[in-house]
Design a protein around this ligand. Structure first.
Ligand code: FAD
Length: 536
């Protein structure tokens, strides 16, 4: 197969025009038949306002040897590498494998285990996506939180009510990321995610796709149990080894198991406490906290494209980083073009925000987390759970400041250290109620100072970024897990039978990387254990 890079079209130009370009580049005679597919599409706005859509395509059905005798510019030969799962393990599983958590990590781990005959049981503390959606909408309208069914907990995990960004920076020699995207497509996501450089599907598409993957798991012999919170872990001791023997669900039901995958996400604080009590090894780790910032999407488009977006270009994303004079890293994270700021709390009396969008990304505002790196030295560590307690204190303060609603402030007032009393031109796009506040009261001074210093750097990159009516909401505290659960090369914890996995265990950050880590853990299980042969 031939790969051609750097094919350019104008925004809005039909992609069929690529075919002519392929013929020209490969010097094909008129009427030559061949097959081609797009494998990457990105926006090149480096010479704005002159903007191009840049494509990579793969072409088959031609005499490659002949073409490659004098290879035209940007043309190479590639071979298709398909993802492979090997169920080559020989150890007998006495009990069905258990996966805890139906976020992307747990879902993809379960999907592979089910596909290859391991008959997994997936335990999820929250509700199925449809019931969960009702609880989340009630929360956003009335403020009544269901601590077991919310933006963090329930079918699909933390990313279900998200922007649905599916790009990842994780290196992928084995084709896992392609498999994740292909699995999304075979379960209802649009094909464009297979070639977009920054694929996203939005919460409206993600929800039905997740539900379809669960149905596939069930058809493949897996079992998915909602409202089934793992509340304890039974461990036995044998010759100085500590081995998992069962998990306890909802304090009542005992499920014996040889192995359990811990795909808990970063918000399962009660479960982290249980694991800590059980002396499951864990470490404190660095993470980042800050605010969610809102700007007019039109302003971001103007800065990125040098012109109005029109209908031929997508709402523009941005990515910003700064380093303060004191050496602290501040960066934008989980940017949602045309998105909404959401109340993403999961504990009563504590408030956290995040961002989401729909597939059209057509909201008025662009939002992103602006966050500052926090190390264990900043919050002081006696216990691995101290970072989690630091997050909790910030969230309690945010709840207090907003009287249970999202505390919000104009950036100009943040700099003046006063509570806002009105909005400027930027009006909030929120899911959940809000209340004016002074967010400076939320943070230690080093954190507020770092944010303000970084805003000046960001202004140099995007004109208007530090405008006084920029909106800040707080607190953005769930950007990654505050703990890491160590595991060996074969993904197993020092406690035999426990497989830490995904974002909560410190091995992923984002939907696709969490799904890839779920696959990696399933592969390790496949290397150790044989598929189940009976119908226990
Ligand atoms: P999670 O998705 O957190 O899943 C963990 C699951 O485990 C949860 O469903 C939880 O209910 C369950 N669970 C926890 N404890 C127990 C227990 N004891 N028993 C049973 N079940 C349990 N990432 C992106 O890449 N793109 C985005 O656009 C994006 N937007 C986001 C928007 C929002 C609002 C949020 C909150 C997150 C967003 N993220 C995004 C981050 C992304 O969602 C996470 O990185 C990803 O979901 C992590 O996957 P995971 O499977 O490791 O954990």
């Amino acid at each position: 197969m031939l790969r051609i890079n750097q094919l350019k079209l104008l925004p809005g130009e039909p992609t069929e025009h690529l075919e002519k370009k392929i013929c020209r580049i490969l010097h094909l005679k008129p009427g030559t038949t061949f097959q081609w597919k797009m494998i990457r599409q990105s926006v090149d706005a480096r010479k704005k306002p002159e903007i191009y859509m840049v494509y990579t395509v793969e072409v088959s059905g031609l005499n490659e040897k002949k073409i490659l005798q004098h290879p035209p510019k940007n043309v190479t030969s590639v071979s298709e590498k398909a993802y492979r799962f090997s169920a080559c393990g020989t150890m007998e599983l006495k009990q069905r494998p258990v996966v805890i958590g139906s976020g992307p990590a747990g879902l993809f781990c379960t999907y592979l285990l089910a596909k290859y005959g391991y008959r997994p049981i997936l335990l999820e503390r929250g509700k199925d996506a449809k019931s969960r959606q009702k609880d989340v909408e009630t929360f956003w309208k009335s403020g009544t939180l269901n601590p077991e069914s919310n933006v963090q907990f329930g079918e699909g995990g933390a990313g279900t009510f998200s922007d649905g960004k599916l790009n990842t920076l994780v290196k992928d020699k084995l084709g896992r990321s392609k498999f994740v995207l292909e699995t999304f497509v075979t379960h209802g996501a649009p094909e464009r995610i297979l070639y977009e450089a920054k694929p996203h599907i939005g919460t409206d598409i993600l929800i039905p796709v997740i539900t379809e993957i669960r149905r596939s798991i069930e058809k493949l012999g897996g079992e998915v149990l909602f409202q089934s919170k793992v509340t304890d872990f039974e461990l036995k001791e044998k010759e100085n080894r500590r081995i998992l023997s069962a998990v306890i669900v909802n304090d009542t039901k005992r499920i014996p198991c040889d192995l359990a995958v811990l795909a808990l996400g970063h918000s399962a604080r009660d479960t982290f406490e249980t694991l800590y009590r059980k002396q499951v090894p864990m470490e404190a780790k660095s993470f980042a906290v800050g605010v969610r910032a809102e700007h007019p999407q039109e302003m971001i488009d103007q800065a990125q494209y040098g012109r109005k977006r029109g209908t031929d270009l997508p709402s523009s994303p941005y990515k910003l980083t700064a380093q303060t004079k004191s050496g602290r890293g501040v960066y934008s994270f989980c940017m949602c073009p045309g998105g909404y700021v959401v109340n993403a709390s999961s504990e009563p009396g504590r408030l956290a925000v995040n961002g989401m969008s729909y597939s059209g990304r057509d909201g008025e505002n662009a939002n992103s987390a602006l966050i500052v790196t926090i190390t264990p030295e900043d919050y002081g560590t006696d216990s691995p759970l101290d970072g989690m307690e630091f997050q909790r204190r910030l969230e309690e303060k945010a709840y207090e400041l907003g009287q249970g609603k999202i505390p919000i402030q104009q950036y100009g007032d943040f700099c003046k250290n006063v509570k806002s009393t009105e909005f400027g031109e930027v009006k909030p796009q929120l899911k959940g109620e809000y209340s004016f506040a002074n967010l400076r009261e939320l943070f230690p001074d080093y954190l507020s100072d770092a944010l303000m210093e970084a805003m000046e750097t960001f202004e140099q990159k995007i004109h208007g970024f530090s405008r006084p009516d920029t909106l800040f909401s707080g607190v953005e505290s769930r950007t990654s897990s505050p703990v890491k659960l160590p595991r060996n090369e074969e993904c197993e914890s020092p406690i035999e039978g426990l497989y830490p996995c995904g974002e909560g265990a410190g091995y992923a950050g984002g939907i696709t990387s969490a799904a890839m880590d779920g696959m990696k853990v399933a592969e390790a299980i496949g290397r150790k254990y044989a598929p189940m042969t009976d119908s226990r």
